[in-house]
Design a protein around this ligand. Sequence first.
Ligand SMILES: [Fe+2]
Length: 355
Amino acid sequence: MRYVPTGCLRDGMILAKNLYGANNELLLAHGQRLIGKYILKLQTLGYQGVYIDDDLTKDIDIVNVIKDELRHKTISTVKNVYIYSKTGDQRNLDKSFDDTKNLVSNMVDEILNNKTVMLNMIDLKVFNDYTFYHSVNVAILAIVLGMAMGYSYKSLYRLGLGALLHDVGKVFVPAEILDKPSALTGEEFNQIKQHPHYGYEYLINNCVLPSEAYTVVLQHHERYNGSGYPYGLIGSKISRDGKIIAISDVYDAMVSDRPYRKALPHSDVIEYIIGKSETLFDPEVVQVFFKKIAPYPVGTLVQLSNGEKGIVLQNFESMGARPDIRIIDDENHVRDICLRSNKDYLSVTITGCEC
Ligand SMILES: [Fe+2]
């Protein structure tokens, strides 16, 4: 299978994986042949892309770092936390918090058992439920980074919990400000800047969590050089968990479509984060991030500097820009090459993603 951006989908393409909505409902089943109205629907719902099966890539398996079922359960549970926080339904809220804790344990278990060395961070998120998909992605990314930094199981659990709930304070910021497609006024931005504090206060009063998880919620917008909010903490004043969530949050937000801008390519966002090492982000976390996150996820079609195109087959730690690639020529002949060691490709680079 391979990943195809929604704008590149064509009639007759075959869906390779089930597509679910944020309420865990099946939208389209794998094996479904796409037709115009389905493609239009996917665009309307805000899907950035989907997995497609074709003859050239049928042997490529794209394994997610956690199982789809766990991902969808977690997305809908986070959604429930937000809904019941807003309505004040304490009984259901308590149950949703309990579910969240169990699901974080399952996520840590699955990520620890996953043998993939690089994280291929493609997520099939829908526009309207961005916050819930985003929260799960931030948690996955944070757990992967924590694991690479030698965190214990307990520490990964606390980190994942804080990550899943990091933006819950947004429940208390008016939706018209959060979703405003144009520039925010100073007053509106001041309100947004309160959400880490709102979330922290709310969780302290409504849910028993490890103290580290509360801290993550409070600190996820703090920046290494003190330019963040709500307190402008500098360097060592920010917890290591807070620094991990800061990078995870920015990364997933930038590779996602937002009301005020389109998604940026993974490779560009990784460059951005590396460029902000020692200013916005902690250099130690940036280094681990660079090692673990694939700029060209498995299954994406990439353009090479020699004019060829190919599908990414496998990524290697710290060598994200030199994956194994299946070259596809104009007559649809294929050959697999190792960009790290093939002599003919030593000076060939990936220049970007293709359709
Ligand atoms: Fe936030």
